[in-house]
Design a protein around this ligand. Structure first.
Ligand SMILES: *[C@@H]1O[C@H](CO)[C@@H](O)[C@H](O)[C@H]1NC(C)=O
Ligand SMILES: *[C@@H]1O[C@H](CO)[C@@H](O)[C@H](O)[C@H]1NC(C)=O
Ligand SMILES: [Zn+2]
Length: 284
């Protein structure tokens, strides 16, 4: 019932997005506003996933080809529009009998040797603290196709066939971004869309770029008994998609709390992977 509601809601969102022709302009205006915000709130060398992704994606609009729609950095096919994959088993990657979860990928030769080595070593960071094992595809049907497309984007959860993960050479080849997009591919949504977010952040609709309000819609996420985490690599910064340089995401009750500055997966991000995928021996 709730699922149906969310689905209907998202389909409505999709249709309204399809109908908007000024979407690209909206993203371009976001860029200016991010820069206004940067004077006080971002450092020059800000390596947080949020800043890097919003910067790399600033010129991305909604792509209508291949019926692909972007929600910030989440790519969605209409038939997979349910962005809450954790409610169903379909979006999870299968667990092998040895307890590991093997996720096949191919990586484009658009990257320099150094970029490829970096990306692949960042994929291996998951093996240190979780049962996720990214490995080079050997004929598997469902796999991540990592390419330098436009911006930093990923589908949420396993799509059952080739699924694009775009890590543009122009701004996405960073540890925080790679971990963020892989967390999407593993089935995780943005922190600020969590079902319990209203207890931790206030969304200031009046400051959101018109037409992008849907990116802040709450999702009926499974929170796996982990707390809301301002330091999650999935948390966007307080000026995300601002129309006017004013905050769009305000932490509450402490409005000055630091949010969206994670430069790598937080202990909570790791815990959630281990809970969602039931990684044994790593539950604590
Ligand atoms: C990965 O995506 C690129 C770009 O769309 C495409 O050219 C390539 O064939 C894909 N690779 C595989 C193995 O599907
Ligand atoms: C999780 O792992 C435990 C112990 O390995 C097992 O008993 C349990 O059935 C698993 N649960 C799921 C949902 O896979
Ligand atoms: Zn994202």
């Amino acid at each position: 019932m709730a699922l149906l509601f969310v689905l209907t809601l998202l389909i409505t969102v999709f249709c309204s997005v399809q109908g908007r022709s000024f979407q690209k302009t909206s993203f371009e205006m976001t860029e200016e506003n991010m820069e206004i915000g940067s004077t006080n709130n971002f450092e020059e060398d800000d390596q947080s996933a949020s800043s890097l992704i919003l910067k790399a994606n600033r010129n991305l609009g909604q792509r209508h080809d291949e019926t692909l729609v972007l929600f910030g950095d989440i790519a969605v096919h209409p038939k997979f529009i349910n962005a809450d994959p954790c409610t169903s088993r379909d979006c999870k990657w299968p667990k092998s009998s040895d307890g590991n979860v093997y996720v096949p990928y191919v990586i484009s030769n658009q990257y320099s040797m150094r970029e490829r080595l970096n990306i692949e070593s960042w994929l291996q960071t998951f093996a240190k603290s979780t049962c996720i094992r990214f490995f080079r595809r050997r004929g598997q049907q469902a796999f991540l196709n990592i390419t330098s497309g436009s911006g930093c984007t990923s589908y949420v959860g396993r799509q059952g066939k080739a699924q694009q993960v775009s890590l543009s050479r122009n701004g996405c080849v960073h540890l925080s971004v790679v971990q963020h997009e892989m967390l999407h591919a593993l089935g995780f949504d943005h922190e600020q869309t969590r079902s319990d977010r209203d207890n931790h952040v206030q969304i200031l609709i009046q400051n959101i770029q018109p037409g992008l309000e849907f990116a802040f819609r709450k999702i009926n996420t499974i929170n796996l008994n982990t707390p809301y985490d301002y330091n999650s690599v999935m948390q966007y910064g307080r000026f995300a998609f601002s129309r006017n340089g004013q905050p769009t995401i305000l932490p509450i009750p402490d409005n000055n709390a630091v949010i969206g500055r994670a430069t790598e997966m937080s202990p909570n991000d790791i815990l959630r992977i281990n809970r969602l995928y039931n990684c044994s021996g790593q539950q604590e």
